[in-house]
Design a protein around this ligand. Structure first.
Ligand SMILES: [Fe+2]
Length: 196
C-alpha cells in the first residue's frame, strides 16, 4: 500500500453506520499497548508472565473478530478474497506468535531476553500488517458495504455478531473497546446497551 493509495482511501462516514469503527479502535489501542509492554517488561518476572497470558487473550479475541467478519460480513461482499487471504495470513501469524510465547515460557532464564526480543519483533510485524488490513477494511471494503446495504441492514449484521458472542467474550470486547472511544462514542454505546 503506497501513500497515494492512503490519500485516495480516506473517506468520511457522511452519516453512515460505521460497522468497523469501534472494534477496530479497540484492537488498535490494545495491540499498541501490548507492543509497548512486550518491549519494556522483563519476561522472567511474574508481571512478564502475566503479559504473555494477556497477549494470548488478545490474540484469541483478534481471531474471534476476524471469524465474525468472515461469518457475518463477508457474505454481503461481492469479493472478499483479498480480506480473507489477509485473515488466513493473520491466523498463521497467531500460531507463530503462540509458538514464540511457548519459546519464552520454556526457556531457561538466561535465554529469555533473546526469546522475548523475537516475540517483540514478530508481534510488531503483526501489528503493522493488521493496521494496514484494518485500513483496507475501513476505507475500501466499508464503502462497498454502504453502496450495497442500508444502515438498517448493516445494523442487523452488527446485531447478529453481538448475539453470537458469549457473555465472557462480550465483556472482554467491551473492556477493549470502551477506553478506545471518544466520550460521545462511549455514551452512544451505553445508550444502546441500556435500550437493549
Ligand atoms: Fe478483517
Amino acid at each position: 500500500m503506497n501513500d497515494l493509495r492512503l490519500e485516495a482511501g480516506l473517506c468520511d462516514l457522511n452519516g453512515r453506520h460505521d460497522l468497523y469503527g469501534f472494534i477496530h479502535k479497540g484492537l488498535r489501542k490494545a495491540q499498541a499497548e501490548m507492543l509497548v509492554r512486550l518491549g519494556n517488561e522483563d519476561m522472567v518476572t511474574e508481571g512478564g508472565r502475566r503479559t504473555l497470558n494477556d497477549l494470548r487473550r488478545l490474540l484469541a479475541l483478534a481471531a474471534l473478530h476476524i471469524k465474525h467478519e468472515e461469518t457475518f460480513v463477508h457474505p454481503h461482499m461481492e469479493d472478499a478474497g483479498l480480506l480473507e487471504r489477509q485473515h488466513d495470513h493473520h491466523r498463521t501469524t497467531f500460531q507463530r506468535l503462540e509458538n514464540l510465547i511457548r519459546g519464552i515460557e520454556g526457556a531457561p532464564s538466561a535465554l529469555v531476553p533473546a526469546h522475548a526480543r523475537r516475540l517483540y519483533l514478530a508481534f510488531g510485524h503483526y501489528v503493522a500488517q493488521d493496521l494496514l488490513h484494518m485500513y483496507e477494511e475501513e476505507t475500501v471494503a466499508q464503502p462497498h458495504l454502504w453502496a450495497a446495504m442500508t444502515d438498517a441492514q448493516i445494523g442487523a449484521v452488527e446485531g447478529a455478531i453481538m448475539n453470537s458472542v458469549s457473555p465472557d467474550n462480550m465483556a472482554a470486547f467491551m473492556e477493549m473497546i470502551m477506553p478506545a472511544l471518544t466520550p460521545a462514542e462511549r455514551a452512544a454505546v451505553l445508550a444502546v446497551e441500556v435500550q437493549g
